[in-house]
Structures are given as C-alpha cells and as structure tokens.
Design a binder for this molecule. Structure first.
Ligand SMILES: Cc1cc2nc3c(=O)[nH]c(=O)nc-3n(C[C@H](O)[C@H](O)[C@H](O)COP(=O)(O)O)c2cc1C
Length: 253
C-alpha cells in the first residue's frame, strides 16, 4: 500500500492542511504537485491498495479548473481517495461534490472527504493564520477516524455535500501585475500553475489564462507583484459579513 498526497496549492494553505492530515495517516507518502503544468499525471501507477489524499482549494465554491483537468488525466485504478477541500472562511459550496465526481471519473474510490480552513489567499485578513493549532488538532482527529474506517474494512461512499449542476464560476478577475520593484527574475513565470506569465518577459501576463491563484504574488522574492488595491478593498468589504465568523472543519465518512 502506498500513500499519495496529491495537492493543488498555489499559496501553501491547502498544502498545510493536507500535510497535517497525511501526518495523522502515517506520514510516509509520495507527493504529487498538481500545480506543475509540465508533469505527466497519466504516468502515475496506482493500485486498489493505495490511498490518495487529494487536496484542492475552493475557488468560488468550485475546484480550480487546472486541477480538474490534471486529475482527469490520472488512472486511479480503484485506489481509495480521501478528498480535501480547503477554503478561506467564506464557503466551499460545490467544491467537494465536483472533486468527488472528478475523482470517481478518474477511477478513484472515494472513502472520505474533509473540508478544512486556510488563510484566504486573496484577502489575507480572512482566516488569517489558519490552519491554526485548533485546526491541526481537528485534522489529527479526522485522520484517526479515517484510519478507524479503513481498519474496519469499511469502504462505503461518504455523503458529500454540494449541488449538481455546480455553481457557476467565472473567475474573480484579479490579475496580479508587476510593480517597479520587479527585476524580471522569472521565478513567477516558472512557477505559474497555468503558464500565464511570459518566461521571456515576466512583466507580461496573459489575462485570459491567469486563474488569480496568487502564486506569483506569494513567491515573488521582491514582493513585486500585486493586485489592484481598489479591487482588493472592494472584495474585502463585499465579503466582510460572510467571512467574519469563524468556520470549522468538517469530516464526511
Ligand atoms: C481565485 C480564488 C477564489 C477563491 N474563492 C473562495 C471561495 O469561494 N470561498 C472561500 O471560502 N475561499 C475562497 N478562496 C480562498 C481559498 O480557497 C483559500 O485561501 C485556500 O486556502 C487557498 O489555497 P492555497 O493557499 O493552497 O493556494 C479563493 C481564493 C482564490 C485565489
């Protein structure tokens, strides 16, 4: 039996939640990075004995499109999947349902699902500092319960929330731009999950391709990529009411 940790985590929040869950499941795992646009995901060879933790962030209550596309090229061969959706304290709506459908189509057998919290990757003041100590404890407990289900040989499908058809998502329309501090080092272009930044001229971004994931903003060594502060303030105000109460993680077995 191999344990896989398959994550799409542009700014690290999804990764942190997945790491805590995987630690609780035994730790030793093969990590697969769904943000790596050059990797051949179809080359992975799963077996029915394997366990795959598949973790994605929620974007507008949906799974980010490149994660869907890359998961869709895998052949799960009946490997058992633990789905994880990580969101920034607004809502995750149809993310887990869409992830479930994608995993099943790719040949995985879904046995558990988790909704977890991480700092909002666009509006950092929401869910700031999460996953925190409480979240980490909760993820450990979730891992224990999943272990118990596995040990009991229970492979039933969990009741995962979400609507079909899924909520419509048209993007958030926030394309980060370089500031005067940009040195054109090209790190953002190399690490962009959708190759939206020109490798030859990193000051150029393809607006249509950009998914507003904020990877470039979070990794720039000069802190020289930003989204419009006007748009950011407007989004912060619009989300204030729904994002201000503390949401808690959930486990579906
Ligand atoms: C484009 C975009 C859309 C998002 N939409 C939502 C959302 O609908 N609900 C929510 O609670 N958080 C939302 N978030 C916040 C992320 O789900 C959350 O911060 C997640 O932890 C980001 O994952 P990462 O740190 O692995 O990149 C959104 C973030 C981005 C970049």
């Amino acid at each position: 039996m191999n344990l896989y940790k398959i994550t799409f985590s542009p700014t690290g929040g999804t990764q942190r939640a997945a790491d805590r869950l995987v630690e609780g499941l035994g730790g030793e795992c093969t990590a697969i990075d769904l943000t790596d646009s050059r990797f051949q995901f179809s080359s992975l060879a799963f077996t029915p004995e394997d366990i795959a933790v598949i973790a994605v962030p929620s974007y507008g209550g949906r799974v980010p499109a490149p994660a869907i596309q890359r998961l869709g090229t895998m052949n799960g061969k009946g490997a058992r999947a633990i789905l994880v959706c990580v969101y920034g304290n607004r809502a995750y709506e149809d993310t887990l349902a869409e992830l479930e459908d994608t995993a099943v189509l790719a040949g995985f057998h879904v046995i558990a699902a988790v909704a977890a919290l991480a700092e909002h990757s666009i509006i950092r003041r929401y869910a700031a500092g999460r996953p925190d100590v409480e979240d980490e404890k909760q993820l450990q407990t979730f891992a224990q319960k999943i272990q118990e289900k596995l040990a009991a040989g229970d492979e039933t499908k969990p009741n995962i929330p979400g609507n079909r058809p899924y909520k419509k998502y048209g993007g958030v329309g926030m394309v980060p731009k370089p500031t005067k501090d940009c040195t054109s080092c090209g790190l953002c272009a190399q690490k962009c999950p959708v190759q939206a930044i020109d490798l030859a001229d990193p000051r150029q971004t393809d607006k249509e391709t950009c998914i507003s994931c904020m990877r470039c903003v979070s990794i720039c060594p000069q802190s020289a990529r930003k989204v419009s502060s006007v748009m950011l303030t407007a989004a912060e105000l619009a989300l204030k009411k729904v994002c201000s109460d503390r949401k808690e993680g959930e486990l579906f077995l």
